[in-house]
Design a protein around this ligand. Structure first.
Ligand SMILES: [Zn+2]
Length: 149
């Protein structure tokens, strides 16, 4: 493989990685296992929500604690090196998130954010269930059942 196609390939990999980050995949598995069905990254909606539940008029974002500045955890801090670079960049992300959520709500969607650090907590499964309501006829998996106990 030549240098150019190698560069292209790693660029592609990066792009794929940014769309399918592992916390997001964990959330998808959990929610699927709980018996819900959803669409992914709907381009038609503001902010391309990670999971879309059209019948429930609900969307879920899975946010990385650093990039989206989770105020309740250590990852959500401005790095001490080059704060002049990071502060405006991260503040921009947060402002964009707020705008997108407002836009979605104005369109009649309910919005939930799951933070990266909360993905595997049993509380999260319960929160998701409260947010989405009863799952459809699909039976929850054994693993999801355990998390919901
Ligand atoms: Zn966090």
């Amino acid at each position: 493989m030549d240098k150019l196609s190698q560069a292209r390939r790693s660029e592609n990999m990066r792009r794929i990685k940014s769309l399918n980050t592992s916390p997001e995949i964990s959330v998808r598995r959990l929610i699927f296992g709980m018996g819900y069905r959803f669409r992914l990254h709907s381009k038609a909606l503001p902010g391309r929500p990670d999971l879309v539940f059209p019948g429930r008029r609900a969307v879920i974002f899975v946010h990385g604690c650093f990039w989206h500045q989770h105020t309740k955890c250590n990852e959500g801090r401005i790095p001490s090196s080059r704060p002049e670079y990071w502060a405006p960049k991260l503040a921009g992300n947060v402002a964009r998130d707020t705008t997108r959520k407002d836009e979605l709500r104005q369109l009649g969607w309910r919005v939930m954010v799951i933070w990266e650090c909360e993905v595997m907590s049993p509380k999260t499964a319960a929160k998701i269930k409260r947010f989405l309501g009863k799952p459809g006829p699909n039976q929850p998996s054994a693993k999801a059942k355990k998390l919901l106990k």
